[in-house]
Design a protein around this ligand. Sequence first.
Ligand code: AMP
Ligand code: ZN
Length: 468
Amino acid sequence: MEIRLTNSMTRRKETFAPLDASNVRMYVCGPTVYDRAHLGNARPAIVFDVLFRLLREVYGPEHVRYVRNFTDVDDKINARAEASGRSIGEITAETTQWYLDDMGAVGVMEPSDMPRATQYIPQMVAMTEDLIARGHAYAAEGHVLFSVSSYDGYGALSGRSVDDMIAGARVDVAPYKRDPMDFVLWKPSPGDLPGWDSPWGRGRPGWHIECSAMAYDLLGESFDIHGGGNDLLFPHHENEIAQSCCAHPGGGFAQVWLHNEMLQVEGKKMSKSLGNFFTVRDLLDGHDGLPGVPGEVIRFVMLSTHYRKPMDWTAEKAREAEATLRKWRALTEGATPVGPDAALVETLADDLNTAGALTHLHRMARDIAANPQKDCHIEKGVLLASAQLLGLLTPELGGWDVVGADLSGLATRLAAVRAAAMQSKDFSEVDRLKTALIDAGVEVRMSKASVELLPGAGFDAAKLEGLL
Ligand code: AMP
Ligand code: ZN
């Protein structure tokens, strides 16, 4: 099985060849923990979760190591603590757990390692000292800065010249900088800001150094894949490369760079001022009078767009995804997963073509549904295993669709009420039940022989209470 990935560094789709197939290593930049993850934050989590699952499928689960960090030292966290009167530790611990819960709810597996920046301060200090010793960084006024002009490769990832960067980016000019492009490795922490003792006085790290230090500590000086949202490409990833390659000139840092495009909502950039900003938790629990969306539905919608394309979240897509998942879950009920479909794995291995993989699932489901008289238990097992490779139709994400007991009771009741109405010619009770069922999002199929109740998109079990 050949995996091909679009490498942001070479701007080409390349055959993936791990440095060591018995130890495939991936690093992905994780969240800064000061608030609930918004829907956009779920995109990289899901995209790289699918890649993690694919790598495990191809190389074996025990041969893949996936590191995703938590940035738990950051000025946004300090500001949040200050504003709320709560401690930094309380905020980061709470937000970290929220993130794990919310990502778990959309089927994201826990990475092999989830290092916290604050646990790697000594490694960051050591790397910073090393960069000074090698002439790539300098200390000034309690700060340590990386000297961008000391590294020829700077700009290779983002494809920008240093002049363009100065013109285009908001570069902080500061008296302690030799060059406006130089970026902070360490800065002083006065007063009650979080700080650690260092050769440059009490201070805290700049943002970029944490990923370089943690990736080195956990994955070594060369590893296979580095991922994140494309908003991180510059300056964050450019700076990670500069730090790591200068501190470890023998290593290659990441071989393949993968970037997901951004998420939008109903065609617009998600932003608080446009009123279309929501967190994953808002969506799961329901918000602004809207009902909750099951995590599995959120995941499905995310997978329906290729990771390199901007993705548009729409309520319509969620409705369609919900109806599809209900159908697939009903179809595979009681099936045992066997191996995934080879053509689907191949599609997924072609630069994570998740949309193409969903098309395969649709086709398999259609073939099974077209043969109701056939038992199809192998086919159902393949459909289930294939969906599970994408993190769909897993037992953990199930439950939201389970209404079988209620609905079969109601179907029996409706059939009995109808039989009575045929005698009495009074159909008012039949109509009342039907209206209530339709109102709850249930499709009512009545034939001479049977009554069938199918939950549709927007199904709301709560509305059925008291009907029996
Ligand atoms: P942050 O906590 O802001 O550093 O972001 C965590 C991750 O979410 C990073 O990988 C970002 O690239 C990603 N991200 C932030 N906003 C969006 C968005 N609208 N769409 C997709 N990914 C996003
Ligand atoms: Zn990073």
